[in-house]
Design a protein around this ligand. Structure first.
Ligand code: ADP
Ligand code: MG
Length: 639
């Protein structure tokens, strides 16, 4: 409709210039008119500003088009964080020669035919604007072919104008290249952030789209290096492939159906929560959204299970009747309003609590209190054998009594003991506050503190045994060191004041071309953990200093490993998790050194340092550092 308007206005303009009768022209010239009609090109450029703000917005639009076209394989190729090139290749239905031309017209869409489509489909954001907007601010080259035709179409478009249109031999599907984004809008081009930042935005979009479509295979190349290679699979494999293998063991499934909505997805175990936000995704009807209120519903379910500053992982898909939500379809916003958001909150909160409880991570708390929650089918259903087995393998199972099992939700019993369970869940391994968490100010006054016990026993060279009020405490030395190093490095990282052990003989370090960029980008972060590395040629670096306590000869190995970690955690790395990867890995590496642990002073120092940590009970990746063998258990053993 709008397009017609523009056309009309253009012909009207033309009329002014000559077709109108003379008397009219005279009125036009005698009364000064000041309204000018913007050219198509300028109008498109202005509109483009709304839709395409940065390379990542173009990535999103192009990938969504590929999905809409029914593609089962989608490749994203990016150069210079999308500033030079964004290319999306799909094996979808492709376009006929006419459709190919049409697709770049503003308000040209194949996805809305009538007003009823408009109602259900508007939540998907079809506006027929994306390609027109992109073509207004970049040089575009399209190759596309539909299955029924032998030849495809090639179009080259610059500043909205079709420069070339010709038949071409090309694979079925669409291959769209967007070059030199904002080449004709210098102010916008200038406004773009560093490559690292822009590429991070691209990965964010890529990740969201890949999570929402696990049945589609995706690949992402940046400057010639493959960053992601995601096979088609299910949500779980998709999460693991995107976010890293370490997620696998930490995923807890969520699945609830209510009259209002269907919730499915995965949440992270509390111990996998991280210090940086990032791995939190809501999808409403398969579209990524942000919503602080729903986020609160999830966070609330974790209350008491994670530290205040920690962020749990979640990927949750909410399906709602589209008439009950108002998704703001503005392409750059991801906001949403619900008809009944309080009920949404309650359901979501219950679903997360319930998932944690089923997997025996948290006691089920107030399940017996809320009628809504009791209605959830999975509250009513008996647990499956698989659930039971999973639970029995778990750590908490072995620490809770059968009756206290959070999993066995007994409506009548109503979990009278939840408070007690809760206390235990917060302090795994401690039954009667034998160890206060260091966050509690009583720690050092408490003569129960293992740091006060002077005699530790070295067991098999790898564990320390010491006494505490409630029994015996067994500490895993390497893991304890890992925790200590992690917190030390974290502190240095945060203070920006990291000592570096300077090498007497700097070491030359060669990388693969693909890794050079990764390493270059990581240099400032590496400096924050004590690496002093200088670039020296395109793929060569000079290691001048390393984190303190790194045994000599280990420099290259550690760097190799770090690069490997960064590659596998590529998505983490760009979601501000690079610190997490670096710190965890380097801490693990440094913790291998058990030198001197035979000396009682070293043992005591280790215990002291461990319990000065904010999180002594787990390693950064969630393994237990120590356990307590309770007095009663010892008595029992001895009959
Ligand atoms: P919208 O997606 O809102 O319809 P776009 O400007 O993104 O608007 O695309 C315009 C039209 O071009 C689409 O409706 C579709 O018919 C066609 N199109 C765009 N990209 C592709 C593609 N990758 N494969 C097939 N057709 C496409
Ligand atoms: Mg589109």
């Amino acid at each position: 409709m709008c397009k017609k308007l523009i056309k009309y206005a253009i012909s009207h303009n033309a009329a002014r210039a000559g077709i109108f009768p003379l008397f009219l022209r005279q009125t036009i010239t005698t009364v000064p008119d000041i309204i000018q009609l913007l050219s198509d090109h300028i109008a498109n450029q202005i509109a483009a500003g709304e839709v395409i703000q940065r390379p990542a917005s173009a990535v999103k639009e192009l990938m969504e088009n590929a999905i809409d076209a029914g593609a089962t394989e989608i490749q994203l190729v990016v150069k210079d964080a999308g500033k030079e090139l964004i290319q999306v290749i799909d094996n979808g239905i492709g376009m006929s020669p006419t459709d190919a031309r049409m697709s770049f017209e503003r308000h040209a869409t194949s996805k809305i035919r009538n007003i009823s489509d408009l109602f259900t489909i508007r939540t998907m954001g079809f506006r027929g604007e994306a390609l027109a907007s992109i073509a207004a601010v970049a040089q575009v080259e399209l190759r596309t072919r539909i299955e029924d035709m032998d030849t495809g179409t090639r179009l080259v478009i610059e500043g909205t104008e079709i420069k070339t249109a010709e038949p071409v031999a090309t694979a079925k599907g669409t291959n769209l290249m967007v070059k030199n984004l904002f080449y004709n809008v210098p102010a916008r081009r200038h406004f773009l952030k560093s490559n690292t930042t822009e590429f991070r935005h691209i990965i964010d979009e890529f990740t969201r789209i890949a999570l929402a479509h696990p049945g589609i295979a995706f690949r992402l190349f940046h400057n010639g290096a493959e960053q992601f290679h995601l096979e088609a699979g299910n949500l779980k494999t998709r999460i693991v492939n995107l976010l890293g293998n370490s997620y696998e063991k930490n995923l807890v499934p969520v699945e609830e159906t209510t009259d209002l909505l269907h919730i499915r997805g995965f949440i992270g175990k509390p111990e996998a929560a991280t210090r940086t936000r990032g791995m939190q995704f809501f999808f409403i009807n398969n579209r990524f959204i942000r919503n602080a209120y729903l986020n609160h519903a999830v966070m609330n379910a974790y209350e008491g299970l994670i530290e205040k500053e920690a962020f749990p992982f979640y990927v949750l898909f909410l399906e709602v009747d589209p008439s009950k939500v108002d998704v703001n379809v503005h392409p750059t916003k991801q906001e949403v309003k619900f008809e009944d958001d309080r009920l949404m909150y309650t359901y979501l909160n219950a679903a997360v609590k319930h998932a944690l409880a089923r997997y025996n991570i948290a006691p089920s708390l107030d399940f017996s209190l809320s009628a809504e929650i009791q209605q959830l089918p999975s509250v009513q259903l008996p647990s499956t054998q698989q659930n039971r087995e999973d639970v029995q393998k778990g750590y908490l199972f072995n620490n809770f009594t059968q009756k206290g099992q959070a999993h066995f939700i007994d409506k009548n019993d109503g979990l009278k003991h939840w408070q007690e369970l809760y206390a235990i869940a917060k302090q795994p391994g401690s039954s009667d506050n034998a160890i206060s968490l260091p966050s509690q100010p009583t720690l050092h006054a408490d003569n129960d503190d293992p740091a006060n016990s002077k005699n530790a026993l070295l067991v098999q060279g790898s564990m320390l045994l010491t006494t505490v009020k409630s029994g015996l405490m067994l500490i895993h030395i390497r893991r304890a060191q890992e925790r200590i190093w992690y917190e030390r490095l974290l502190e240095e990282w945060n203070s920006g004041n990291t000592p570096s052990q300077q090498l007497l003989f700097p070491i030359t370090y060669e990388t693969a071309t693909a890794d050079a960029l990764l390493l270059t980008e990581a240099l400032p972060d590496l400096a924050r953990i004590g690496f002093d590395i200088a670039p020296f040629g395109p793929k060569t670096f000079i290691i001048q200093g390393t984190p303190t306590a790194l045994p000599s000869g280990e420099e290259k190995n550690l760097l190799d490993e770090v690069i490997e970690q960064l590659k596998h955690g590529a998505s983490d790395a760009v979601n501000n998790k690079r610190s997490e990867i670096l710190l965890t890995h380097v801490a693990r590496r440094l913790s291998r050194n058990k030198q001197g642990i035979h000396q009682p002073e070293a043992q005591q120092a280790l215990i002291d340092e461990l319990f000065a940590c904010t999180q002594p009970e787990y390693t950064p990746d969630g393994k237990r550092v120590f356990t307590i063998i309770r007095r009663e258990a010892l008595d029992e053993m001895l009959g």
